[in-house]
Design a protein around this ligand. Structure first.
Ligand SMILES: NC(=O)c1ccc[n+]([C@@H]2O[C@H](COP(=O)([O-])OP(=O)(O)OC[C@H]3O[C@@H](n4cnc5c(N)ncnc54)[C@H](OP(=O)(O)O)[C@@H]3O)[C@@H](O)[C@H]2O)c1
Ligand SMILES: *[C@@H]1O[C@H](CO)[C@@H](O)[C@H](O)[C@H]1NC(C)=O
Length: 260
């Protein structure tokens, strides 16, 4: 029996997490949407929190004002994310895009600070609570490799910034007994990867459904404790991280601790 809050729960990985947690009726599942009503296709037991928009400075307050009087969560997973492609091209429609960069950095790496800060100071996180920040292996500087080339500056760099945020929050929350974990959920067949044309890599890249990735993440969350707080892990291991072996060599384990 767990109480869990999933931020960014309408589609993709977040939606899969919500459905799997809600399939056990002893769990208490809270989920966020940026719209004013809950999406269709979810179990009735899911408690939706509305207008939680990660590009807005008041995202933390918007969230906690809908949770007044609640007990602290066992688990909070921040899954919301944004990916639009960028290259070094001189063509403005392919090169870096300022507006898109702001959206990606704000969503990935600014909003999570305000959400966790506000949740903690509203007593919605306490000793034993776990926070999972959904990052990506693309945020690892060590794992970038010439086989992949550059580009996608804001998407990758905003995840690298989120990794730093996770490390710092883990230090802030250590004495309070709150665990902070930074994870790569796996390469998934979602609208995000299709939207950037990565569906052409789904088969060769070993992409899994968000349901499969959610199952792995739920197992990860169960075993997570203070000994892994402030660390960066891939619960599903190296199998869908194309640069893992070229950079780190063979014989990598699953789950895999990722290099920053
Ligand atoms: N897919 C992959 O292969 C992959 C790999 C590594 C890491 N990840 C990470 O895993 C997470 C989930 O990815 P996904 O593939 O499930 O993405 P997705 O299918 O594109 O879904 C994104 C979710 O984030 C929400 N969201 C986006 N911007 C938001 C904002 N400004 N405020 C509030 N909610 C917002 C969306 O809500 P709306 O419905 O309102 O748009 C949607 O629920 C992301 O953090 C992503 O970076 C994914
Ligand atoms: C940059 O992104 C914004 C927001 O998505 C879009 O309106 C604009 O057309 C883009 N600029 C270019 C040059 O593609």
């Amino acid at each position: 029996m767990v109480s869990v809050l999933i931020v960014g729960a309408t589609r993709g990985f977040g939606a899969s997490l919500v459905k799997q947690y809600a399939s056990d009726s002893s769990n208490s599942v809270y989920a966020t949407t940026r719209s004013e009503s809950g999406p269709d296709g979810f179990p009735d037991s899911v408690k939706w929190l509305f207008k939680v928009e990660l590009t807005k400075p008041n995202v933390g307050e918007e969230l906690t004002k809908q949770l007044q009087g609640q007990k602290p969560f066992d688990l909070v997973i921040i899954s919301a994310g944004r990916f639009t492609t960028e290259s070094f091209s001189a063509n403005p429609s392919e090169g870096p895009n300022w507006t898109e960069e702001l959206t990606m950095y704000t969503t990935s790496s600014i909003a999570p600070v305000f959400i966790v800060h506000q949740l903690f100071h509203s007593k919605l996180l306490s000793s034993g609570s776990k926070v999972i920040l959904v990052s990506s292996e693309s945020g690892s500087i060590t794992l970038r490799h010439e086989s992949e080339g550059g580009g996608n500056y804001a998407h990758h760099a905003s995840k690298a910034a989120l990794n730093m945020v996770g490390k710092l929050l883990s230090l802030d929350l250590k004495d309070a007994g709150v665990v902070v974990s930074v994870v790569h959920p796996g390469f998934m067949r979602t609208e995000m990867t299709k939207g950037v044309g990565f569906d052409k890599y789904w088969d060769n890249g070993g992409a899994v459904t968000p349901d499969e990735a959610a199952e792995s993440m739920i197992k990860w969350a169960e075993t997570l404790d203070m000994s892994k707080s402030g660390e960066y892990w891939a619960p599903r291991g190296p199998r869908d991280i194309g640069t893992a072996e070229p950079v780190l060599g063979k014989g990598l384990s699953t789950p895999m601790k990722l290099p920053w």
